[in-house]
Design a binder for this molecule. Structure first.
Ligand code: BES
Ligand code: ZN
Length: 459
């Protein structure tokens, strides 16, 4: 292993150069205007895998964006880890808030700034580079490795479930390994064992059949923006609980031991709020900031539009108003059921003066993974080697839709070993990744492979 680690240290600058190349490709999955760039990123990764020695690396077309796969089979007696990552990125908007262009990577004070630097190009490349460290020194990794890299994670992973269903044998493994989450805090590692799910819907209210003069008609025509705002306002009560009928029915309550474990984590709620410029956090009554932001369900309006939003004033009474609403779900809520509940809730309340259009955009199942596997032990040891302390086991508020698919379709648990930080500004302007963490991640993954070979052998 030492040769592989030496190789990692000697080639760090080279690895950063490659990450910069990958970050230059604007692989924004949600916007059709960028689909060629998404395909270019898939091509880049396929080539990168082949260069490392993954001879069968290939990008498979789907109805959405390509899925990149490849395999290094060493020995049937060794365990197999399936590495998942996503090479698509969120849109960079609002562009004017970036200090440097999002697809022209820039290094400042040890941080690499670019869209996707942390989420997830920087983190997925660590897995390729860790494999390279083995291939260029001992000639093979100490475990069998498979890769599945997708280009639709940020827009709901629509093609991935079918792909997994159709390639069950090719994807067979003992564990999934993913780096698309965060450290608990700088220098404090964690392994994520729970992710929230998601139900994402879009609603439009239509009142009059065209925009109207708000003087001629105002006062006697119901305004769709006013009506939509009222409905959205009604979705939470004074305790900040969600009022959709049946919303909490399937929410598993937290055990006392889970609550006390969370309460004992060194989490500074005030600093957390201050870091985003907020004086006071606001959460569901009876829950801590950490609970509310990781293990309780949410409902948030992600966008709202209608009427005139340009410069100056226009006295218009709009015909339509729309909103995008996402709900983060926790075990055992089901995305389709929740989308059905909010639709029923809206249909019951929509005023006679309005027509409602309702669309469910995508969903993801919430998930909890087994923390007792050999791979978890191996990951803990690897993180301890690098950070000098055992990782915390934590649940996070974000979603990685495929984790539930791996569980339900392949029967596989995932080890979520992430190296981001909440402050890396993923999905925000000025996303960045610490080059120290990029190096630590590669080292931890190399060490994970070695520990997993021996933990699984002795299990
Ligand atoms: N890498 C994130 C998940 C994540 C978020 C990990 C926050 C750690 C902290 C992932 O790429 C992501 O953003 N997923 C989407 C999925 C959604 C579109 C279904 C999310 O959580 O919004
Ligand atoms: Zn991600």
């Amino acid at each position: 292993m030492n040769d592989a680690l030496d190789y990692a240290r000697a080639n760090q600058e080279h690895f950063v150069g490659e990450l910069i190349d990958l970050l230059r490709i604007p692989s924004i999955s949600t916007d059709p205007a960028y689909s060629q760039s998404v395909a270019d990123a898939a091509g880049w990764l396929t080539e990168a895998l082949r260069d490392i020695g993954v001879k069968d690396a290939a990008a498979t077309e789907t109805e959405g964006h390509p899925i990149v796969t490849g395999e290094v089979h060493v020995d049937a007696a060794l365990p197999t880890a399936l590495v998942y990552g996503h090479y698509d990125v969120q849109p960079p908007d609002p562009l004017d808030l970036w200090n440097s262009p999002p697809f022209e990577p820039m290094i400042k004070d040890g941080l690499l700034y670019a869209r996707g630097a942390c989420d997830d190009k920087g983190q997925l490349l660590m897995h390729l580079k860790a494999l390279e460290c083995w291939m260029r020194t001992t000639g093979k990794p100490p475990v069998n490795l498979k890769f599945i890299l997708e280009g639709e994670e940020e827009s709901g992973s629509a093609s991935l479930s079918d792909f997994i269903r159709d390639h069950k044998d090719a994807l067979a493994a003992d564990i999934v390994v993913i780096s698309d989450s965060s450290l608990f805090a700088p220098g404090i590692p964690s392994i994520t064992y729970g992710l929230r799910g998601m139900a994402y819907v879009e609603i439009t209210l239509t009142g009059p059949d065209r925009d109207l003069h708000s003087g001629t008609y105002g006062g006697a025509i119901h305004n769709p923006i006013n009506a939509l705002a009222a409905l959205i306002g009604e979705m939470h009560d004074a305790n900040n609980r969600i009022t959709i009928d049946g919303f909490y029915d399937d929410v598993r309550s937290l055990s006392e031991s889970e609550r006390s474990t969370m309460a004992a984590l060194p989490f500074d709620a005030e600093a957390w709020a201050r870091e985003v410029g907020v004086e006071t956090p606001r959460m569901e009554a009876g829950y801590s900031v950490l609970e509310a932001s990781t293990v309780r369900p949410t409902l948030d309006c992600n966008g709202i539009w209608g009427g005139y939003t340009g410069d100056g004033a226009k006295t218009v009474l709009p015909s339509k108003a729309s909103a995008k609403i996402s709900m983060r779900l926790v075990p055992d809520q089901d995305p389709e059921e929740i989308a059905g509940l909010i639709e029923a809730w809206l249909r019951k309340r929509v005023p006679d003066s309005m027509r409602l259009q309702f669309r469910s955009l995508h969903g993801a199942q919430p998930v909890l993974v087994d923390t007792g596997s050999a791979a978890m032990t191996a990951a803990s040891k690897a993180l301890n080697d690098v950070y000098g302390r055992d990782p915390y086991f934590t649940r996070i508020g974000g979603s990685i839709p495929v984790v539930a698919d791996f569980k339900h379709l392949l029967g596989l648990d995932s080890v979520l070993m992430g190296f981001g930080l909440d402050s890396d500004a993923i999905h925000s302007p000025n996303e960045h990744f610490g080059l120290d963490r990029f190096a630590q991640g590669i080292e931890a993954i190399v060490r994970f492979h070695a520990h997993y070979a021996s933990c699984a052998g002795s299990a």
